[in-house]
Design a protein around this ligand. Structure first.
Ligand code: G3P
Length: 218
């Protein structure tokens, strides 16, 4: 399972990359705005800066909601760097844009997916990734993990090539459950990734090893 970081913060991306476990980055307009990025030139430069830090795929989300606008924006993003994946919302125009990008050999990530039916459409259109949102389903008392299980099972059964990119992953348990479900990728904040590191018995054991290592040094 690949690990993508869900942020536009360059410092956090660099920190995850330095851990040696990062496979890519996902962004969205909310995450870009949070970093104070505005204006076409700054947006392009920011995506280029992200691509410079990471080795893997970098999702850049279109802001247009109409087919022509999505195509225009997506082609500009895709020309920035081969790592760029054009992120497109799950709408009729979005599905049409994904199908067109797919024919052009441009990688896509279908976002804002909340049902298995939407995930089937994304796969039929040829999306490289589909992004079902776990946390936002949990927020409204639906089990986000059930959706991941269902999509993984349908994709395996149907032989779809689209990779399941579990998004809106908020904590370490989500990550473990996604690994169990067979998700291809998770995207999450740095805090959820580093949360996997911790266990009280690790801390206790390390404290004892440090004491005993000091004794060995004499
Ligand atoms: O990038 C999409 C998704 O990961 C957003 O997560 O926590 O805002 O629901 P969240």
């Amino acid at each position: 399972m690949k690990f993508f970081i869900d942020t536009a913060n360059l410092q956090q991306i660099a920190e995850a990359q330095a851990m040696g476990i990062l496979d890519g980055v996902t962004t969205n307009p909310t995450l870009m705005a949070k970093e104070g990025i505005s204006g076409a030139d700054n947006i392009m430069n920011h995506y280029k800066a992200i691509c410079h830090i990471v080795d893997g795929d970098v999702s850049a989300e279109v802001m247009a909601v109409d087919y022509e606008g999505m195509m225009r924006e997506g082609e500009i993003y895709a020309a920035l760097d081969p790592k760029i994946v054009v992120k497109v919302p799950m709408t009729a125009d979005g599905v049409r844009a994904i199908a067109s990008f797919s024919k052009m050999g441009i990688k896509t990530n279908c976002t804002l997916v909340f049902s298995a039916g939407q995930a089937i459409l994304a796969a039929k259109a040829g999306a490289t990734y589909v992004s079902p949102f776990i946390g936002r389903l949990d927020d409204i008392s639906f089990d986000g993990m059930e959706l991941i299980d269902q999509i993984v099972s349908i994709y395996n059964m149907q032989g779809y090539a689209t990779q399941v990119l579990a998004a809106s992953v908020r904590n370490p348990l989500h990550i473990v459950k996604c690994a169990e479900a067979g998700a291809d990728v998770i995207t999450c904040p740095l805090s959820a990734m580093t949360g996997l590191l911790h266990h009280p018995l690790t801390d206790k054991g390390l404290a004892q090893f440090i004491i005993d290592a000091a004794k060995m040094k004499g």
